[in-house]
Design a protein around this ligand. Structure first.
Ligand SMILES: Cc1ncc(COP(=O)(O)O)c(C=O)c1O
Length: 315
C-alpha cells in the first residue's frame, strides 16, 4: 500500500494528496490516454538528489509529442516543480511519478478538446524486486506474451496503455512462481522485462537489445551503457536470440525501480554460476556509488534538492 505524502502538484498548484482525483469519465480511464515517468530521488550525504532529472523530463515530453499531447509546461518548469515537490513533502529519498492525462470532457476516442491534466506525485518506494534481489538475483521466465509490435503502440513512449502489455507479462510470471517475465519482440528476439531493460554478459562482453526491439529507451539502460564505457567493458546493442539468455554468463535487469538487478535463473535454468556475476557486481558498485553520492558524479546525473534548514540549525 502507498504511504501518502502531504502534497501532489496539479497543473501548477500544490494540493493535498487526498484531493488529487479525476472523474471516472475522464478520457484516460476508458482509452488509456496517459503518459508518465518514474524517477528516483536518492538520499545522499549532502541531502536528497534526483537522478537524471533532465533525461526523464525529456522522455516525458517525447512521449507527449508522439501522442500529440500539449503538456503546457516547459522542461524547465517541470524539472523545477519536481524538485519543489520533493522539498514541500520533506522527502529524503523517494520515487517521483509525473503523469500527464487526457481529462474529462468529450467521450469517444478522439479527445481533441478534453483538458490535459498534469500531476506530479512522490512517495517512498524501496527495492522493486525485493530487498534480497540486488545481491542474490531473481528467478524469471520467458513470457508467453510478446512485447508491442512495431507500429502498433509506440514502445519509445512511456504511455499508460503500454502497461496493459506489461501487466500480462508480470501477472503470468507471478502466477507461475517467478519474480518477473522477459518478453520477446514479435520477431521472437529478446526485448525487455515488464518494467525493466535487459542485459546479457558473455565472454566479458555485454549485449543488450537495440531500441528497434520494442524496448523502452530506459534512462537506467543509458546509464549502464555509459558506465560500461567508463569501465572499458565492451557493450553492443544487438538482436539477441532467446536461447542466448540460457547460455549467458550473466544476465541483469536495469530500471529506475529495479535499479541494477541480477537474474540468477531463467525458466529454471541457472545463469552462469546461479549467482550475481562479476560484471553485474562492478556495474552495481559504480551505479550505487553515484546514486548514494559516495562516488564522484562525473556525468552530472544528480540534481540536488535544496532543503531549507529550520531556523537555528547549524547557526
Ligand atoms: C517497460 C519498461 N522498460 C524499461 C524500463 C526502464 O526504464 P528506466 O530505466 O527509464 O526506468 C521501464 C521502467 O520505466 C519500463 O517500464
Amino acid at each position: 500500500m502507498l504511504t501518502p505524502t502531504e502534497k501532489i502538484w496539479r497543473n501548477g498548484q500544490f494540493i493535498p494528496w487526498e484531493d488529487a482525483k479525476i472523474h471516472v469519465l475522464s478520457h484516460v480511464v476508458s482509452y488509456g490516454s496517459s503518459i508518465f515517468e518514474g524517477i528516483r530521488c536518492y538520499a545522499t550525504a549532502s541531502g536528497p538528489a534526483v537522478f537524471r532529472l533532465r533525461e526523464h523530463v525529456r522522455r516525458m515530453l517525447d512521449s507527449a509529442k508522439i501522442y500529440r499531447i500539449d503538456v503546457g509546461f516547459t522542461a524547465e518548469e517541470l524539472a523545477e516543480a519536481l524538485l519543489e515537490l520533493v522539498r514541500v513533502n520533506r522527502m529524503q529519498a523517494c520515487y517521483l511519478r509525473p503523469i500527464v492525462l487526457r481529462g474529462y470532457g468529450e467521450m469517444g476516442v478522439h479527445a481533441g478538446t478534453n483538458p490535459i491534466e498534469v500531476f506530479l506525485a512522490c512517495w517512498e518506494w524501496g527495492r522493486y524486486l525485493g530487498e534480497e534481489a540486488i545481491a542474490r538475483g531473481v528467478d524469471v521466465c520467458v513470457s508467453s506474451w510478446n512485447r508491442l509490435a512495431p507500429n502498433t503502440l509506440p514502445a519509445l513512449a512511456k504511455s499508460g496503455a503500454n502497461y496493459m502489455n506489461s501487466q500480462l507479462i508480470k501477472m503470468e510470471a507471478l502466477i507461475n512462481g517467478y519474480t518477473e517475465g522477459i518478453a520477446l519482440d514479435v520477431a521472437g528476439y529478446v526485448s525487455e522485462g515488464s518494467g525493466e531493460n535487459i542485459f546479457l554478459v558473455r565472454d566479458g562482453r555485454i549485449l543488450t537489445p537495440p531500441l528497434g526491439a520494442s524496448v523502452l529507451p530506459g534512462i537506467t539502460r543509458d546509464t549502464v551503457l555509459r558506465l560500461a564505457h567508463d569501465l572499458q567493458i565492451r557493450l553492443v546493442e544487438t538482436i539477441i536470440p532467446r536461447e542466448m539468455l540460457y547460455i549467458a554468463d550473466e544476465v541483469f535487469f536495469s530500471g529506475t525501480a529495479a535499479e541494477i538487478t541480477p537474474i540468477r535463473s531463467i525458466d529454471r535454468i541457472p545463469i552462469g554460476s546461479g549467482q550475481r556475476g562479476p560484471v553485474t557486481a562492478r556495474l552495481q558498485r559504480e551505479f550505487f556509488a553515484i546514486t548514494s553520492g559516495t562516488g564522484p558524479d562525473r556525468h552530472g546525473w544528480l540534481t540536488p534538492v535544496y532543503v531549507p534548514q529550520p531556523v537555528g540549525v547549524g547557526s
